[in-house]
Design a protein around this ligand. Structure first.
Ligand code: PEP
Ligand code: CO
Length: 452
């Protein structure tokens, strides 16, 4: 079936299937006009870059590297500045340093950034002040303000999201290739509010050791200036491929290989709510040649997960498919091993990554969506245990974070309590780890990886 599907696939063939979680655009004509404009705009990423990420993920599939996928739950049209992009990149670079230095395993860095604007929702409507209004679906669709006007899906937002992605990516490329990510800058990535904390001091110690190691290599006569890998970082982008019209408009044929690539990001994933086997989302992802991923929650059966693999990875190629487990802390140890064993038996060389966030969300008494840092860590430990049981390489972690000192997730070394949530709760969607919690997580993941 899978190869049959490939023969009839086109960027628009998803339209013949049921697509869950699509907005009810009020004006079909305006939507088509905006999609037409999008289809004429330049690609955001290049096929060659997507292939490079596939090669790096193939290393993960073979147990020789680890993925760090991180960023906002939902990027915002309002919280968009050079500083916020830089601070997010800083914390991801810090985490990658902690993981690489602490384990000796290369870390593949993938942001939930430069395109992570669309959100799947449990219900299409919500009631505010007695009035039923459409739910917020991410700034690529509507506004988060809870008014009927604000929630009206506006297709010109597709173009705005494209342009914000382009500017974000431009800055990320400048930062990662233009000196900011140079290993000699490790100390600079520690932000002030983190530096004085226990995690921050631990990071400073690591950074100091790296500096000493570099001075040692220089003293041995190694020309550090000539080593490109010490001065630049490969940083990739990813988002949930949710609004299929947007993804279709940015899907282009690569002039070198003749293959289709979705040029909206390097890696695209399918969410837990849109992974129906006969649905439009898996069908769309099956035809693009980017590396792709699918979220797998506690309801997934071994048979279903193997079918997802057959659809997305019919040729059984390492690096093509990543499965992101998001089970919830109480379930991961029992639910995950049977899935991993079935996938291995089917011969699909997938990467297994742990999303410890989405299975552990709850609403606080004050009505804030939150997560407890200890639940997040417990799910990661459970994931490592599940991988050990099934003989699978724990390929990475997928987390929602920000560089800022927000108070959105409970616990951590600062012991953020329910009453503190109101202090700095700024996310547009799900609660994110702050800079200190993120760094703490990286140290603990490094320990788990070393212990394994
Ligand atoms: C997300 O990653 O923000 C998300 C909605 O995840 P999931 O599809 O796993 O619920
Ligand atoms: Co989320």
């Amino acid at each position: 079936m899978a190869s049959e599907q490939l023969k009839t696939w086109t960027p628009s063939s998803w339209r013949g299937r049921k697509a869950e979680q699509q907005p009810e655009w009020p004006d079909e004509h305006a939507l088509e006009q905006n999609l037409k404009v999008l289809s004429t705009l330049p690609p955001l990423v290049f096929a060659g870059e997507a292939r490079a990420l596939r090669r790096s993920l193939a290393e993960v599939a073979e147990g020789r590297a680890f993925v760090l996928q991180a960023g906002d739950c939902a990027e915002s049209f309002y919280d968009f500045s050079a500083d916020s992009i830089r601070d997010k990149l800083k914390v991801i670079l810090q985490m990658a340093i902690v993981l690489t230095y602490g384990t000796g395993v290369p870390v593949v860095k993938v942001g939930r950034i430069a395109g992570q604007f669309a959100k799947p929702r449990t219900s299409p409507y919500e009631v505010v002040g007695g009035e039923q209004i459409p739910v917020f679906r991410g700034h690529i669709v509507n506004d988060d303000a809870p008014t009927a006007q604000g929630r009206r899906p506006d297709p010109s937002r597709l173009i705005a999201a494209y342009h914000q992605s382009a500017s974000t990516l431009n800055l990320l490329r400048a930062f990662t290739k233009g000196g900011f990510a140079d290993l000699s800058q490790v100390h600079m990535w520690n932000q002030e509010f983190v530096a004085s904390s226990r995690e921050g001091e631990r990071y400073e110690a690591t950074a100091g050791e790296i500096e000493r190691a570099m001075r040692f290599m220089a003293a041995c006569g190694i020309d550090l200036q000539a080593e490109e890998a010490l001065h630049q970082v490969d940083f990739y982008t990813s988002h949930e491929a949710l609004i299929l019209g947007y993804e279709e408009a940015l899907t282009r044929r690569d002039s070198l290989s003749g293959d289709w690539y979705d040029t909206s990001a390097h890696l695209l994933w399918c969410g837990e709510r849109t992974r129906q086997l006969d649905g439009a989302h898996l069908h769309f992802l099956s035809g693009i040649n980017n590396p792709v991923a699918a979220k797998v929650g506690p309801g997934a059966t071994p048979d279903e997960v193997v079918k997802i693999c057959d659809i997305l990875d019919p040729r059984r190629e390492p690096g093509r498919l990543t499965l992101i487990s998001r089970m919830g802390t109480g379930k991961v140890e029992s639910s995950l091993p049977p899935l991993q064993e079935a996938v291995r038996a089917s011969g699909h060389p997938v990467v297994w990554v742990c999303d410890p966030m989405h299975g552990n969300t709850f609403t606080s008494e004050s009505g804030r969506k939150t997560r407890h840092f200890e639940d997040v860590m417990a799910e990661i430990s459970g994931f490592f245990a599940a991988c050990a049981e099934s003989g699978t390489w724990p390929g990475g972690v997928h987390v929602e974070l920000t560089g800022d000192s927000v108070t959105e997730c409970l616990g951590g070394a600062e012991e953020i309590a329910e009453d503190d949530l109101e202090l700095r709760y700024t996310t547009t969607c799900d609660p994110r780890l702050n800079g200190r919690q993120s760094l703490d997580l990286a140290f603990r993941v490094a320990e788990l990886l070393r212990a394994g």
